[in-house]
Design a protein around this ligand. Structure first.
Ligand code: NAP
Length: 458
């Protein structure tokens, strides 16, 4: 089997990599295990220096890495540059704060000395998606490495060039060889890696289907697992929201990365009093988006990352239309192009039972629904299997606070687009997964929280 790097804006195959066989996987895990023995014994401050070097390398080569992302998965290049900026930030954040976050915590237990020590857990396998091919990896690699663990990357099969480039960043930053190791493998080989006793844990960012499968393997082999899975974030617009501002933010929230983000706003829940006004304003802004070559700086919407994703979003829209959804704009793939382009799309009249209501949608498709009042808004927002992000748009701070209490999601943003930030924990509930990344919660996911108790006298 092979891994294909394909330019989604043209459909052209750029490179083909042969998948590693069982023997090669074994050899690499063995090398990673030796590297881990060295890495875990470095001072935290030395690991921090290597993270700082990684951030410098990213800064120096930002344009080239951004171009690689754009070429391999179609992200508009300006957004790809922003992605690299975030990777720089997360490396700097853990380089600066990691040592403090991992410090021993002394607990008063009388005359004796007791404390909690965070020691490395071992080698962590990261199964990653293609949608933020650099950010997703750096987001978990920076804290995992800072804590003294080894890192094995099984990246999505369609971004092998990004996977190799990231490995090179860490190697050039001075991490001992194989401390960060990319495995050129498909999803079927994940079981083999997890079954290896030298691998201690697994972190997964991907769909809920993948999460179920890998959580099952983690159960079989008794390995710690963190799951960062899909989402169907509600974007709730109350009747006192600033329509113009909120509609502008709504377009950004839905269309970022051509709609292929776990925390993109997917279901727009709009108070009936302002439904028409908001819908008109939002739809007009969607029609102004420029779709085309993702390498052009003026492009807002690029191709979807793979052909099957284009087919899937089209099928979800068609099935919803058959059940009564109304297309206000778009609603189909761009014709006469070899690239995987889907028109920026707005649909209204979304109801329970439609794919756009209940499934995660990965593409530039906004699903609008009208609600009578705030009570119905909360009910609709929570009427999903997912629980990743959510946002509420209102001038009334007290109403915002009420929603914070009611919404079932890993985060609630009031008058701001859902986004991740190294200083704040990130993750979901329900079918969006469990465990957290980023902040001190993220760095504590893959450590042995060791209790130390030392008696002073016999
Ligand atoms: P995906 O199909 O679940 O793939 C993610 C990774 O899992 C890939 O490396 C894939 O490898 C691997 N994989 C797939 N099936 C597997 C299996 N049965 N056993 C072991 N590994 C398996 O997801 P995607 O299409 O790449 O990414 C989109 C999904 O990720 C969306 O659901 C999105 O919401 C979610 N996501 C979540 C977050 C978050 O933080 N919560 C962030 C970004 C994306 P192959 O490529 O080789 O199949």
């Amino acid at each position: 089997m092979a891994l294909y790097s394909i330019d989604p804006s043209t459909g052209e195959t750029l490179k083909v990599f042969m998948e590693w066989d069982a023997k090669k996987i074994q050899e690499q895990v063995k090398k990673s295990s030796h590297a881990f023995d060295r890495w875990k014994n470095l001072q935290c401050s030395d690991r921090g220096k290597i993270l700082r070097n990684a951030s410098r390398i990213l800064k120096k080569n930002k344009q080239a890495y951004a171009r690689l992302i754009t070429t391999e998965m179609g992200k508009p290049v300006i957004q790809a540059q922003t992605e690299i900026d975030k990777c720089i930030w997360v490396c700097e954040y853990y380089a600066e704060h990691g040592e403090k976050l991992l410090e021993n915590e002394y607990i008063h237990t009388g005359e004796n000395t007791s404390y909690i020590r965070c020691s490395p857990l071992g080698i962590v396998l990261a199964v990653m998606p293609w949608n933020f091919p650099f950010w997703q990896v750096f987001r978990c690699a920076a804290p995992i490495l800072m804590a003294g663990n080894g890192f094995l990357l099984k990246h999505a099969s369609n971004v092998p060039q990004c996977a190799r480039a990231i490995e090179e960043v860490f190697r050039n930053a001075g991490a001992p060889s194989h401390t960060f190791q990319t495995l050129l493998i498909g999803s079927k080989s994940v079981r083999r890696v997890l079954a290896d006793n030298r691998v201690a844990a697994v972190t997964v960012t991907g769909s809920d289907t993948t999460g179920r499968c890998i959580a099952g393997l983690a159960g079989t082999y008794l390995k710690k697992v963190v799951l960062e899975l899909g989402g169907s974030d509600p974007f709730i617009v109350l009747d006192d929201a600033d329509i113009e501002y909120t509609a502008k933010q709504a377009v950004k929230a839905r269309m970022i990365n051509t709609g292929q983000s776990c925390i993109a706003a997917k279901r727009f829940i709009i108070h009936q009093k302002i439904f028409q006004e908001f819908t008109d304003c939002f739809t007009e802004k969607v029609t102004e988006l420029s779709i085309g070559d993702p390498h052009q700086r003026s492009t807002d919407i690029g191709p979807l990352a793979r052909k099957d994703l284009l087919r899937k979003i089209d099928a979800q829209v068609k099935a919803s239309v058959r059940k009564g959804a109304c297309v206000l704009v778009g609603g189909k793939p761009v014709q006469n192009t070899p690239g995987y382009y889907y028109l920026p799309t707005v649909l209204s009249n979304i109801r329970s039972g439609m794919p756009l209501y209940s499934e995660e949608t990965f593409g530039p498709v906004a699903a609008l629904m009208k609600v009578r009042d705030e009570k119905e808004a909360i009910r609709r927002a929570n009427d999903t299997a997912y629980g990743l992000g959510s946002s509420i748009w209102t001038r009334d701070v007290e109403k915002g606070k009420q929603f914070i209490k009611e919404i079932q999601a890993g985060c609630v943003f009031v008058n701001e687009i859902v986004h991740s930030d190294p200083r704040l924990p990130f993750g979901g509930i329900k079918h969006s997964g469990f465990g957290r990344e980023l902040s001190w919660y993220g760095i504590k996911e893959f450590v042995n929280i060791q209790t130390i108790y030392m008696k002073k006298h016999w």
